[in-house]
Design a protein. Structure first.
Length: 450
């Protein structure tokens, strides 16, 4: 081959080499799919490597700083110019720097691009889990009760948000911010509806490098919900609704069939401490309270409730409707007086008797007795002073009075007795003496003569 033939061939090779150099693979772009740079250990880190303008279907490699060997290599789909590297187990705690490159097709063999700019990824340990506790020592509640649970982080946090979860739900049921300088918060769970078991857990969220990161959830806390105790019913045993102080009043507290093993409590007025307690007899959910000392003059109100032992916790039902019991002091013994002081009365002479008690009014009635029998017809009556009539009025007289209250009469004791003797009037009395011995003077004189 002549020199004239070799020179054009060398020129052609130089031209081809220059063309290939001009078409060297473009530098790829590496970025984080999640748009954040801080991750929690165990989370997936997704790095996207893009070969802009290159042919589709290239092989891409991901490198960790300090290593010439690729950490991962994978081929892009035939229709794609990029791959997504997913890192989970391969990510260590701390800060790591990553780059990527790709193999571009070229005549004869593929050409490796230069590496992308670095991407910094920080991986931290998962936040330690918090603890949960109820405000009270017990974990058995009654339907409708409010439950307060406290979530506590293991260390003090700034601007932390706590989340409350029920069961295995992914969405939190409540959120609350911690108080400054505090590592805990308390959730108020409103009135619980439904009998059975409830499970709760909590977590806290804090900010790390402009990212809100949630801790592990706390251990599960279980609470048990029992049905609400029914409100009992309080009523009077018998037909009387008004009583005298000192009498025994029977009050009956009655609950539902499910209360037959409960304890029943009787309260006076608005007192927090029960007046007395009792257990139901046999299978009936009723207790009868005998109340004597608690009565006072006027109106006294009573109510009752049932109490049940729920896993060591004493739960009270709502109190019954109040029952008003009216009572008054016992009626005192009346005083019986007559218009005849000596107890002797002439036949035909007026005999008046008056019964005086400590109660006055339109509902007070009087009765008069002679030798234990009614002295007048129509007893009792509203007349306090009566005229004793008849042909033979001698005997032992007493009186009593009664008070009419709604549903009941109250009777006073009998007065002390007063003896009356009826005598014949003398046939003649001297005129000069008659004028000076009328009235009581005449009675005294006749008493001596008799």
């Amino acid at each position: 081959m002549t020199s004239f033939t070799i020179l054009p061939l060398i020129g052609l090779l130089i031209h081809c080499h220059t063309t290939i150099a001009e078409e060297a693979p473009a530098r790829p772009t590496l970025y984080l799919q999640q748009k954040v740079t801080v991750f929690v250990r165990g989370e997936s880190v997704e790095l996207v490597c893009v070969a802009e303008g290159a042919r589709r279907g290239h092989r891409f490699s991901l490198y960790r700083q300090g290593s010439e060997e690729p950490l991962l290599t994978q081929r892009a789909p035939s229709w794609s110019l990029f791959v997504i590297f997913q890192l989970r187990e391969r990510v260590a705690t701390g800060t790591q720097t990553y780059t990527c490159s790709y193999w571009a097709w070229a005549p004869g063999s593929d050409v490796l691009s230069e590496r992308s700019e670095t991407v910094v990824v920080t991986v931290i340990e998962r936040m330690p889990k918090p603890t949960m506790a109820t405000e009270r020592a017990y974990r058995t509640f009654v339907e409708g009760e409010a439950v307060r649970v406290t979530c506590t982080a293991p260390c003090s946090l700034a601007n932390a948000t706590f989340r409350l979860y029920q069961g295995n739900e992914e969405e939190a049921t409540a959120w609350a911010n911690s108080q400054p300088g505090s590592n805990s918060t308390t959730f108020d769970i409103g009135g619980i509806v439904g009998v059975g078991r409830r499970e709760y857990s909590c977590a806290y969220v804090t900010e790390v490098s402009e990212r809100r990161i949630e801790s592990e959830r706390s251990g599960t806390m279980q609470i048990h919900v029992e049905s609400r105790l029914p409100k009992p019913y309080l009523y009077l045993y018998g037909v009387n609704v008004t009583f005298q102080v000192g009498e025994t009043v029977k009050l009956v507290c009655e609950g539902g069939i499910e209360d037959r093993h409960n304890t029943f409590l009787l309260y006076r007025g608005v007192a927090e401490k029960p007046l007395m307690s009792g257990q139901p007899v046999f299978a009936r959910a009723t207790v009868t309270f005998d109340v004597t000392e608690a009565l006072a003059h006027g109106t006294v109100t009573f109510s009752c409730a049932s109490r049940k032992d729920l896993s060591g916790r004493m739960v009270l039902s709502q109190r019954s409707r109040t029952l008003a019991v009216r009572s008054h002091d016992p009626l005192s013994k009346p005083e019986l007086t007559m218009n005849v002081r000596t107890g002797m009365v002439w036949k035909g002479q007026s005999l008046q008797m008056t019964c005086r008690g400590d109660v006055q009014g339109p509902h007070v009635y009087f009765s008069f007795f002679r030798d234990g029998q009614p002295a007048m017809t129509g007893e009792p009556h509203s007349f306090q002073t009566v005229q004793i009539l008849g042909s033979n009025r001698g005997g032992m007289y007493q009186c009593s009075y009664a008070m009419d209250t709604p549903g009941r009469w109250f009777q006073s004791p009998l007065s002390d007795g007063m003896k009356v003797k009826e005598i014949e009037q003398p046939t003649s009395i001297p005129t000069e003496e008659r004028s000076s011995t009328d009235g009581l003077g005449l009675q005294r004189r006749m008493l001596v003569a008799h």
